[in-house]
Design a protein around this ligand. Structure first.
Ligand code: BYC
Ligand code: FE
Ligand code: FE
Length: 480
């Protein structure tokens, strides 16, 4: 099918009147084949011809926004959908608080906004690249379908940012859209922009942890951008959040099912000590301390995504009314933060100390605090699974200073319990804090593809219910 014959209104579900926007159409027509090339080379490896039971966003109605059906992933209908425009919406925060929201980009904020869109856009294809080999070791057709669902939706999130760049940033936007497909996760010369998106996702436990911790950063950042005075961005992010909920479900329930399997297997074998890892591993399940170490890793990598605790960038984004706080409109203060402070954990004379900082520059810290609370709620649900199985073990979030590369605690050796360690102590204890090479090798041994209908790998429990209420032996992926 030649690109100029495509009816974009039928190919790309959209509520932005795409077919009558000649200029954007032309830019998309150039970008689209590049995107498909990228998807075929960097997307799910070995499954481009498989028919996958996927949900596709087709509208922004609360009911019926998605439809389910079999598609080959390269034929997925990546849509451009913005949450409905709110009549009379006012800018909720910053220097422009109370003014009408902007439908065009204010000239003075062009560079800042472009940077925010590019950083957000860069993470989406990065995650697809990180996850591209997981299909080879999928524990079931159900899980295989779920990773592909997450992948196509991250692809759609890239489309969302590319649309905004092309619609509102002209030539610069087209160049950025091109660059978004050129950078590659983990590439030496052209890496992705943020640290966590250049890490590997070597196994399914890492994938689930990533979806739990890193997609949750996505949720927090999107919530902040959904407050934006630039209305097209706010509306775009609001709709992206409806998909994000599923990504976190995949992560939380994935880890939860691994915990469930480990605990029930220990019980059946009469193993009481969760730290008797050798015995537990002989049963082909992942011991809980190793799961904790994976959580430590992905949590600390994700905390880095909030940037420095004290940041003038963050203050500028807020003052410019471009990026707000989590639940901005529900907060009851002046929404300007001129003369207020916020407590920030810092290293002062070698000790961890709370210091009051101007609330404006502490916005990254504040969003990170909201994130930590959100993570803690998920951890409590994992601990319920452990307790319900009668195992004595408790998952804990490590200290926010643990294993950090960005901000106050970059290059300070802090244990998961929050003690500042002496230089050698970190090296000695490292393998108790973070997954070791041995842990990785053990997990890799368990990762074998299971594609029989209704069957699951031995290290993970089946889900409580199927996707779209399908039966347990539903063929979520038809392999070609
Ligand atoms: N790695 O003042 P600072 C998602 C840079 S995830 C590398 O500390 P700022 C998803 C920073 O760029 C959500 N570099 O931080 C999840 C700056 O560079 P420049 C993605 C980093 O700017 C799963 C310098 O350090 N969306 O959607 O206040 C799957 C000093 O910056 C890092 C967003 O992040 C890092 N970790 O805050 C798929 C929202 N951290 O300017 C998708 C948009 C900082 O000196 N982004 N730097 O060259 C932002 O709001 C901000 O850019 C950040 C950083 C919160 C990321
Ligand atoms: Fe996303
Ligand atoms: Fe996501």
């Amino acid at each position: 099918m030649s690109i100029d014959k495509i009816s974009y209104d039928t190919l790309i579900p959209n509520n932005v009147n795409l077919s009558s926007d000649r200029r954007v159409l032309k830019a998309l027509e150039q970008w689209h084949p590049q995107y498909i090339d990228w998807w075929k080379t960097m997307g799910p490896d070995g499954f481009q011809d498989a028919e996958v039971y996927l949900r596709t966003a087709i509208s922004v109605e609360t009911k019926g926004w998605a439809k389910f059906g079999y598609v080959k992933m390269p034929d997925y209908r990546w849509g451009i959908l913005l949450a409905p425009q709110e009549e009379g919406r006012k800018i909720p925060f910053g220097e422009h608080k109370g003014e009408d929201v902007w439908q065009e980009v204010p000239g003075e904020y062009r560079a800042m906004l472009r940077r925010l869109l590019v950083i957000q856009g860069d993470t989406e294809p990065a995650s697809v690249e990180q996850q591209r080999f997981l299909g080879a070791t999928a524990p079931s057709l159900y899980d295989l379908r779920n990773v592909f669902q997450v992948n196509v939706e991250e692809g759609r999130h890239l489309w969302a940012m590319v649309y905004l760049l092309q619609k509102y940033f002209g030539r610069d936007g087209r160049e950025e859209a091109h660059e978004l497909l050129r950078r590659r996760s983990g590439d030496k010369d052209a890496p992705r922009m943020l640290g966590a998106f250049n890490e590997e996702t070597p196994d399914w436990l890492s994938f689930f942890m990533f979806a739990f911790f890193t997609d949750r950063d996505g949720k927090m950042q999107l919530e902040s951008l959904a407050q934006s005075g630039f209305d097209p961005l706010a509306r775009t992010c609001r709709f992206m959040l409806t998909e994000e909920a599923h990504h976190m479900f995949v992560g939380e329930s994935g880890v939860g099912r691994i915990i469930q399997r480990t605990c029930e297997t220990m019980q059946q074998a009469g193993i009481d000590d969760p730290f008797d890892t050798e015995k537990i591993r002989q049963l082909s399940v992942i011991d809980l301390p190793t799961i904790q170490k994976k959580a430590n890793l992905h949590y600390s990598l994700s905390l880095d995504l909030f940037g420095s605790e004290v940041s003038t960038n963050a203050a500028n984004f807020y003052n410019a009314s471009l990026k707000g706080r989590f639940k901005e409109t529900k907060l009851t203060d002046d929404h300007r933060l001129d003369n207020t402070t916020y407590p920030v954990l810092k290293l002062v004379n070698g000790a961890l100390t709370m210091v009051d900082e101007p609330a404006l520059t502490a916005l990254n810290m504040r969003l990170r605090d909201d994130y930590v609370d959100d993570c803690a709620r998920g951890i409590r649900r994992w601990n319920k699974i452990v307790a319900n199985n009668g195992v004595e073990f408790e998952f804990k979030l490590p200290h926010t200073g643990f294993n950090r590369q960005i901000g106050q605690f970059a290059n300070v050796d802090i244990s998961p319990q929050g003690e500042i360690l002496k230089p050698n102590d970190w090296q000695i204890a490292r393998n108790n804090f973070l997954p070791s090479t041995d842990d990785g090798e053990f997990i890799a041994l368990l990762m074998r593809q299971e594609t029989r209908r209704g069957k699951f790998a031995e290290w993970i429990a089946p889900p409580k219910s199927g996707v779209d209420n399908q039966a347990g032996d539903f063929e979520y992926v038809r392999l070609s």
